[in-house]
Ligand binder design. Structure first.
Ligand SMILES: [Zn+2]
Length: 420
């Protein structure tokens, strides 16, 4: 049985840091509940201590209460945070992958592990205050209260301040695990950053990604290698490409864009097609959750009955429906932007291939299946033209991130890709 860090692909340094910290955290707990003190120390913990056959790690060394996991999308920030949470809740303090602490954390059911996944464009202050309050309570499992905040770069300023207060005056058994693309002040405020230990994750090599697809997901080696290269180090994306024919079709459509650009009209058509494909993909991805939430809310409201207070309940119902619709709209917008961004990353990979070919750089292409087309582009555009096109794609991503309307940004990009 592989331990909880097994899925952290190509991140040996980060894993070593986290293992060390988990051992230190276990030592803190042992120091708080020494043997024979009639504490809640379990037999398993005592066993783990004896099995180590060495003096306990200096309590506190290597462990701290606030962490930031940084790295490019798909490098495994949230995988790392969840694995570390499991190691903290592990009966043996190692992240064995087998004990109830590990198991419930990895399946998302541990009572002392809270996961915040922003569904909209930002995490609001209300949500954060409620979370901080609950995180201050004593861990029911006797170990740690762990709060994982995915996409901490999407905290609103007010929410960031609420979190900062908790990190500055941490409850003794609470651990905050933040995930963000980088520690740039645009992603994480300087004050939060200064209170956290940073665990940088690298973009895993295609070979490492392919290996895990074969080992864990049982994907054929040649498919795994193709998908790992095409996904550019994004583990989840590689798995989707290897398994989901629709994801492959969407990628094919995106990679057909460069050869379709023959004039202003086709460039604008290509922009519309890209936007609409992202909208369709996003709609499909949130439709199920939307319907389930609406049904759950209707059931809850329907149970209100006709007795005293029913009129008040109805007034409340309208507000709740409105809240739900607002949340769902925000989530749909996020899903659209994520889908569009994936398409832009694929497109950037194509122009990067053309650039490396024009420069005769000895690196493998990102998209092996469009390598011939990229080679033709390299000959026609030369390095300079390929670079300008690559930059146009990257500028489009940056513009959308900076809240330029996606259609406007994509149209500008397509015109640049056509004209060069
Ligand atoms: Zn365990």
């Amino acid at each position: 049985m592989p331990d909880v860090f097994a899925d952290l692909v190509g991140q040996d340094e980060a894993v070593a840091t986290l293992r060390h910290a988990a051992a230190a955290a276990a030592a803190v707990l042992r120091a708080a509940h020494p043997a024979g003190a009639g504490s809640d120390r379990t037999g398993a913990e005592a066993f783990a201590e004896e099995a180590e056959g060495q003096p306990a790690v200096d309590p506190g060394a290597g462990m701290t209460h606030a962490w930031i996991f940084t790295g490019p999308p798909g490098s495994g920030r949230s995988v790392a945070a969840r694995a570390f949470a499991a190691a903290l809740q592990c009966t043996y303090g190692t992240g064995c992958g087998e004990c109830p602490g590990c198991h419930t954390t990895m399946t998302g059911t541990h009572a002392d592990v809270r996961l915040v996944v922003p569904e909209g464009l930002s995490i609001g202050v209300g949500e954060m205050r409620a979370l901080v309050l609950r995180a201050a309570s004593t861990p029911s499992g006797g170990r740690w209260q762990v709060v994982i905040i995915e996409d901490a770069d999407r905290l609103t300023e007010a929410a960031g301040n609420a979190l900062l207060k908790a990190i500055e005056e941490p409850p003794p058994r609470t651990v905050f695990l933040l995930c963000a693309p980088s520690t740039h002040p645009d992603d994480v405020s300087v004050t939060i950053r200064s209170r956290c230990r940073v665990v940088p994750l690298r973009q895993p090599a295609a070979a490492a990604v392919a290996e895990v697809l074969v080992r864990r997901d049982g994907i054929a080696p040649d498919v795994a290698q193709w998908a790992a290269a095409a996904a550019q180090g994004h583990v989840g994306r590689a798995r989707r490409l290897a398994r989901d024919p629709e994801a492959r079709q969407r990628r094919d459509a995106v990679l057909a864009v460069p050869r379709r650009l023959t004039g202003v009209g086709t460039a604008l058509d290509a922009a519309s097609a890209l936007i609409e494909a992202a909208e369709a993909e996003a709609e499909a991805s949130v439709a199920e959750a939307d319907a389930a939430e609406r049904a759950a809310l209707q059931t809850a409201l329907g149970a209100g009955g006709t007795g005293r207070g029913a009129a008040g309940a109805m007034r409340g119902a309208a507000g709740q429906l409105k809240d739900l619709e607002k949340r769902q709209k925000s989530r749909a917008t996020r899903a659209q932007r994520d889908a569009l961004d994936r398409a832009l990353v694929d497109l950037a990979g194509f122009y990067r291939d053309a650039l490396t070919m024009a420069l005769r750089a000895p690196v493998a292409p990102v998209h092996t299946d469009t390598a011939a087309l990229a080679e033709a582009g390299a000959q026609k555009w030369e390095a300079e033209g390929a670079l300008r096109r690559l930059e146009a794609v990257l500028e489009c991503r940056a513009a959308i991130e900076a809240n330029v309307k996606p259609r406007i940004a994509v149209e500008a990009m397509m015109l640049s890709l056509w004209k060069g």
